[in-house]
Design a protein around this ligand. Structure first.
Ligand SMILES: [Zn+2]
Length: 287
């Protein structure tokens, strides 16, 4: 009987990493550019919604209008829901943006697409393995990138919309994890300073359980990313980002350039990131 009481660890397998990369590749090859608030961006959202459905998630588009510096635009987030046996269970949220940076001819293979694919694969794992005690929301955000400079009418449109909507839903949320640029073939995961200490502890415990302690580092600096919108309305949130993406350590010279292409996105890195995310989810079952 003891065996039945010990929950099996959630598994993110090489086949899941393959699905993550294939999905990213499909997005980049068919929907570049996919800038926030554009028709191409909304078609990219349809593509992601369809992949999320294939993963077994209950997935839908959330179209909304928002003010930009060039007038009102229509954006589309994608929501993918998995609910277990207890609908009242608290929620864990995983986010990735999918849009490209306007004006710089950047395909966003690592920045946007890699973690978009990762979320699709994580969704399939959760549907098949049914973690107990939690419900999971996967959220693909439109319009993370700013057109000129971040401000009230520029950038983070999708995350601000989603954070307000989640707040209004009254759902109990244990944590919001924003994933960004984690397909980098030289994966080093940073945890920026602007994040919830409780979630930071959970991520480090999860990393330690996988022997990945030296791949996940706390940083003293803040990073502007989608998690901030959730922090701003009172949720626990954390960013997991590889912000050293370039031809040599410290240069970050592939970020927001035409060099952010699929050859820099590695299945092995997505495997590591996916294992970490499921270990994070597993931590909540023990709390
Ligand atoms: Zn970016």
């Amino acid at each position: 009987m003891l065996g039945a009481l010990v929950a099996a660890a959630l598994v993110f397998a090489p086949a899941d990493a393959h699905l993550a990369r294939e999905t990213a590749n499909g997005l980049v090859s068919r929907y570049t550019p996919r800038d926030g608030g554009t028709e191409e961006g909304r078609w990219a959202a349809v593509f992601i919604r369809d992949r999320a459905v294939e993963s077994g998630l209950k997935a839908s588009l959330d179209r909304f209008e928002a003010e930009t510096e060039t007038g009102r635009r229509t954006f589309a987030n994608v929501e993918g829901v998995w609910q277990g046996d207890s609908p009242d269970a608290p929620w864990v949220v995983f986010i990735s943006h999918f849009d490209t940076k306007p004006g710089v001819s950047c395909p966003g293979a690592n920045d946007g697409a890699s973690t978009t694919g990762l979320l699709v694969a994580l969704g399939r794992c959760v549907v098949r393995q049914r973690p107990s005690g939690v419900n999971v929301l996967f959220l693909w955000t439109d319009g993370e990138e700013c057109r000129r400079a971040y401000g009230p009418k520029d950038g983070f449109w999708g995350s601000r919309h989603a954070a307000a909507k989640l707040k209004a839903s009254g759902r109990q949320v244990l944590g919001v994890f924003c994933l960004d640029m984690l397909g980098d073939r030289n994966l080093e995961i940073s945890v920026p300073a602007n994040g919830s200490p409780a979630l930071r502890r959970i991520v480090h415990r999860a990393a330690e359980s996988l022997g990945l302690k030296n791949r996940v580092r706390d940083r003293a600096y803040n990073v502007r990313d989608d998690h901030q919108a959730f922090l701003d309305v009172g949720f626990r949130a954390l960013d997991l980002i590889d912000f050293d993406y370039g031809s040599a350590p410290g240069l970050n010279d592939w970020w927001h350039t035409e060099k952010d292409t699929m050859d820099k996105v590695s299945e092995k890195s997505l495997l590591t990131a996916g294992r970490l995310c499921l270990a994070v989810l597993g931590q909540f079952r023990k709390e």
